[in-house]
Design a protein around this ligand. Structure first.
Ligand code: ADP
Length: 446
């Protein structure tokens, strides 16, 4: 980048130097032409007013033969009466020369002619006198090219000097231009104290944020792997231990019965865990390719409530469903999972004789699913964290009721994928209420 800016700046310098020199020379030549014409004009008037041209014979004797100014006197018929540089008899009629025509028409005229033979420009000024004769004065001067060639060494030296200065400056400026960017790249974490371009700050913040996200993600993955291994290890160790005891013949008949029960229980737990882990990784992968359809959330809740009826009875818990049919655009399987996980928790973290209420309704164009219980509640400090993978408030209670610590992580995932919002309110010892707000409510008539 540095090199590119540097090269471009140098090119810019060269182009501007060359352009300036060319344009300056052109402008100077214009000025130079005007200056010559002014000189010639003054000359003509001095000669005219001095009366020197009134007497041609006398002129031939005295006037300006050595001067570099050419003086010509032209009669009314165009014939040359006098010329200080050439023999008049050898000169043709001048009536058709542009400067003479102009002088006849408007009193004065100018012309510049290039002479190839002498490689010079000839400048002429002509003025009509009172007696009808025309006085013409002329001068030879170099053409623009001749002038160019004359000053070429100067132009080249000035050009080179300017380009050299420009290159040094561009090198210095490039360095200055890039310095804040380099400074920022070296220390993205402390932008506030650094003198950096304010236009670049959002860019840097974005990169920093992405960087942090990558680190966070990597850390989460690492934690998750460690947690998974740990979670799987416990039931596996139990299974291995019990089966070893049986294998060694160290268990009595009643022990064997008990060990088999333990083995069965632990393998069930392993299966549940593995199912939840698989489910989570599926959810991670299928982020884009969800099959969404119109589903009735109330109907899903109804199915779920009746499915959990047995479990409720086992714990002496009552369950109620209220609300109305509400259609949303969602993935059916995920909605079933979401309602099931919330209701399942509401039963598992409840007291004997407690109550679970499920409600599906519309508020301000939003479909809201509410699952409330009269259970043990969640301490304030844990409320933020219960949606994390493997986070449990009371590990032994979770385990003894068949929990994996992944249910709410799955819920959170589903809610995010449906662009919905979660709200939790809970009072320790009194109960918990979780509400899910779905944005896209589909209106159904009849
Ligand atoms: P688990 O499989 O342990 O139930 P979840 O992810 O479903 O895992 O829930 C995480 C933790 O949040 C639970 O271990 C429990 O401590 C707490 N929790 C979830 N739902 C409730 C509830 N309705 N009442 C009280 N605590 C709850």
């Amino acid at each position: 980048m540095k090199r590119k800016i540097n090269t471009q700046m140098t090119i810019l310098t060269i182009v501007s130097v060359v352009f300036t020199l060319v344009l300056a020379t052109l402008a100077y030549y214009e000025l130079f032409k005007r200056e010559i014409m002014e000189d010639l004009r003054s000359y003509a008037y001095v000669i005219m007013r001095s009366g020197a041209v009134d007497n041609v014979e006398q002129m031939k004797e005295y006037v300006l033969a050595e001067s570099d100014v050419r003086i010509t006197l032209i009669a009314e018929d165009g014939s040359v009466k006098y010329d200080n540089e050439a023999e008049t008899s050898a000169m043709d009629n001048h009536e058709s020369r542009p400067e003479i025509i102009a002088a006849r028409n408007v009193g004065e005229g100018v012309a510049i002619r290039h002479s190839k033979t002498i490689g010079q420009n000839l400048f002429y000024y002509a003025v009509e006198m009172e007696n009808g004769n025309i006085l013409r004065v002329g001068k030879e001067r170099g053409s623009i090219w001749a002038i160019y060639v004359g000053v070429l060494p100067w132009i080249v030296s000035i050009g080179c000097l300017l380009i050299a200065v420009g290159s040094v400056l561009s090198h210095y400026l490039t360095q200055q231009l890039l310095e804040p960017i380099e400074r920022m790249a070296n220390d993205m974490d402390h932008l506030d104290g650094l003198n950096v371009y304010k236009e670049m700050v959002p860019f840097a913040i974005k990169i920093r944020k992405q960087h942090e996200d990558i680190i966070k993600n990597a850390k989460m993955r690492q934690d998750f792997t460690a947690n998974v291994s740990h979670e799987l290890k416990t039931p596996l160790a139990a299974i291995s231990g019990y089966s070893e005891l049986i294998e060694n013949g160290m268990a009595t008949a009643t022990d064997t019965q008990h060990f088999a029960t333990e083995i069965h229980k632990n393998s069930q737990r392993l299966l549940t865990l593995i199912n939840d882990i698989i489910r989570l990784s599926e959810l991670d992968v299928t982020e884009q390719s969800l099959t969404m359809q119109e589903v009735d959330l109330y109907e899903i809740a109804e199915t779920c409530v009746s499915m959990l009826q047995m479990q409720c009875e086992k714990h002496n818990i009552t369950m109620s469903l209220s609300g109305m049919n509400c259609f949303i655009y969602a993935n059916r399987e995920m909605m079933e999972e979401l309602v099931y996980n919330l209701c399942d928790n509401a039963i598992r973290y409840n007291y004997q004789g407690g109550h679970v209420s499920v409600d599906v309704s519309v508020e301000q164009e939003q479909v809201i699913l509410t699952v409330g219980d009269t259970g043990i509640g969640i301490p304030k400090e844990d409320q933020e964290r219960i949606f994390e993978r493997f986070y449990r408030v009371d590990k032994s209670r979770s385990k003894s009721t068949g929990g994996t610590g992944l249910g709410l992580a799955i819920v959170k995932h589903i809610v995010e994928q449906h662009g919905a919002k979660l709200m939790l309110s809970s009072e320790l010892g009194l109960g918990t209420q979780i509400r899910v707000y779905f944005g896209d409510y589909i209106e159904k008539n009849g």
